[in-house]
Design a protein around this ligand. Structure first.
Ligand code: ADP
Ligand code: MG
Length: 398
C-alpha cells in the first residue's frame, strides 16, 4: 500500500453496528435561485460510504459545510436542499438538525436508531469550524463514537470537522470516496509510469506555481495552455495584446522555463492561439502565437497546438490535467479543452483530471467516463500533488 494510506483505516474495517458514526461529507453543492440542488454529484459520490454504514446498522450522523455564510445562521446556506436530495437517493428519511451543535442536535442523535440518518445543519454557521476551535470540535465529537472522513474536497483544510474532531475520536477511518481519491492521486506522486505528461491551464500561474514546481521533479513533459500560457509567451518577449496575463509573474515564468531545461522536462507552449476582440465574441480567429495583434486577446489554444499536445498525450503512460486550455465556457473557445480531453480519453494511460473548471470541461465534452479518475477536489488534489501533508488525512492516522 502506498505511504499516503499508511495507518489510515478503511471504513469497511471499522466496527460500526449500533454505533453513532460522524461522517464528514462534502455536500457543498450548487443550488438554484429557488433553493434546489442543481448538481448532486457530490451527494452521489458519498452514497457508497453512507449505504455501507447503513447496511452495517450504524447510526449515521452526516456533517458538511455549504458555501461561505458570513454571519452565523442564514437560511440561504441551509443544508435542507442537500438533505432532501439525499433522502430521495436513499429512499429513506433524513433528519436535519436545527443546528450542528447544541441541545437540538444532541436530542436528534440520541434518538437516532440503527440504520438511520441524521444530517447536521451547516457547520460554517459557527466560526469555530474554520477556526478549528477546540471547544467547538469537542461539542461535535461528543455526538459520535466513530469518525469517518469522506470529504476529499475538504481534507486540505485544518477545520474543526476535518482536523479537531477526528483527533478526539480514536475509532476513525476513511470513507470509500476519500480512499479512491488518495489511491488515484497517490499513484501520480509515488512512482508514476513513464512517460508522465502533465497538462496545466486555467487563469493564473500564481495559483499553480507550487504544483508546477512539484511537477517539474516528476514529469517528462509539461504542456501549458489557457491564460497561464499567455504569461509564459509574454515572458519570452511575445506580444500578447489584450490577453489575460500576469504582468508581475514574467520573471517567475522565466525561472520555471529555466528549471524545466535543467531538469530536462519538455515545457510545451502553444504555437498558435484563437484570438478575439472580446470575451463575448461569437467566433475566434486562429493566429500564430507570435502574431497576436495589440487589440486582440488569446482565448484558446489553436489547432496546431492541440495536435502537438495530442501527440505528447497519446505517447504518455501517466497523465495529470488541471486547468482548461481556454475560455471553454464560451463555445468558440472550447475546442482546445475538448481536444485535450479527447486525446486523454484515447491515450492508453493512467489519467487523472482535477480542478472544478477542468472537470466541468471534461463533463461538458461527455468524456468523464474515459478518464481513470475524475477528482472531486480541486485544491486538495493540487496540494496532494505538491507533496504537502493534508490535515484531514494526517488526523485519521492511527
Ligand atoms: P480549475 O478550476 O480547473 O483549477 P482554474 O480555476 O485555474 O481551473 O481556471 C479556469 C478558468 O480559466 C476558466 O474560467 C477559464 O475560462 C479561464 N481561462 C482559461 N484560459 C483562458 C484564457 N485564455 N483567457 C481567459 N480566461 C481563460
Ligand atoms: Mg476554478
Amino acid at each position: 500500500m502506498s505511504a499516503i494510506l499508511d495507518k489510515v483505516t478503511a471504513v469497511d474495517q471499522l466496527d460500526v453496528a449500533s454505533r453513532r458514526v460522524f461522517v464528514r461529507v462534502d455536500f457543498n453543492v450548487p443550488l438554484t435561485p429557488d433553493g434546489r440542488v442543481s448538481d448532486d454529484t457530490r451527494i452521489r459520490e458519498a452514497l457508497p460510504t453512507i449505504k455501507h454504514l447503513l447496511e452495517k446498522g450504524a447510526r449515521v450522523v452526516l456533517a458538511s459545510h455549504l458555501g461561505r455564510p458570513k454571519k452565523g445562521r442564514d437560511a440561504k446556506y441551509s443544508l435542507a436542499p442537500a438533505g432532501e436530495r439525499l433522502a430521495e437517493l436513499l429512499s429513506l428519511d433524513v433528519i436535519l438538525t436545527d443546528d450542528c451543535v447544541g441541545d437540538g442536535a444532541r436530542k436528534v442523535v440520541q434518538d437516532l436508531r440503527d440504520g438511520r440518518v441524521a444530517l447536521l445543519e451547516n457547520l460554517r454557521f459557527h466560526p469555530g469550524e474554520e477556526a478549528n476551535d477546540p471547544a467547538f470540535a469537542a461539542e461535535l465529537a461528543a455526538l459520535a463514537d466513530v469518525y469517518v472522513d469522506d470529504a476529499f474536497g475538504c481534507v486540505h483544510r485544518a477545520h474543526a470537522s476535518v482536523d479537531g474532531v477526528p483527533r478526539l475520536i480514536p475509532t476513525r477511518g476513511a470513507g470509500f470516496l476519500l480512499l479512491k481519491e488518495l489511491k488515484a492521486l497517490g499513484a501520480l506522486v509515488h512512482d508514476p509510469k513513464r512517460p508522465y505528461v502533465a497538462v496545466l491551464g486555467g487563469a493564473k500561474v500564481s495559483d499553480k506555481i507550487a504544483v508546477i514546481d512539484a511537477l517539474l521533479t516528476k514529469v517528462d513533459a509539461l504542456l501549458i495552455g489557457g491564460a497561464m500560457a499567455n504569461t509564459f509567451l509574454a515572458a519570452m518577449g511575445r506580444n500578447v495584446g489584450r490577453s489575460l496575463v500576469e504582468g508581475d509573474k514574467l520573471a517567475l515564468a522565466r525561472t520555471i522555463a529555466e528549471r524545466a531545461r535543467e531538469k530536462r522536462v519538455a515545457l510545451v507552449l502553444p504555437t498558435d492561439v484563437v484570438v478575439a476582440g472580446s470575451v463575448d465574441a461569437t467566433e475566434g480567429t486562429v493566429v500564430a502565437a507570435d502574431a497576436i495583434a495589440p487589440d486582440m486577446m488569446a482565448l484558446d489554444i489553436g489547432p496546431a497546438s492541440v495536435a502537438a499536445f495530442r501527440d505528447r498525450l497519446l505517447g504518455a503512460h501517466t497523465i495529470f490535467w488541471n486547468g482548461p486550455m481556454g475560455l471553454f465556457e464560451k463555445a468558440p473557445f472550447a475546442a482546445g479543452s475538448v481536444g485535450v480531453a479527447k486525446a486523454i480519453a484515447e491515450a492508453a494511460a493512467f489519467s487523472v483530471v482535477g480542478g472544478g473548471d477542468s472537470v466541468a470541461a471534461v463533463q461538458q465534452a461527455g468524456l468523464a467516463g474515459r478518464f481513470t479518475h475524475v477528482s472531486t477536489g480541486g485544491g486538495a488534489s493540487l496540494e496532494l500533488i505538491e507533496g504537502r501533508k493534508l490535515p484531514g488525512v494526517e488526523a485519521l492516522r492511527g
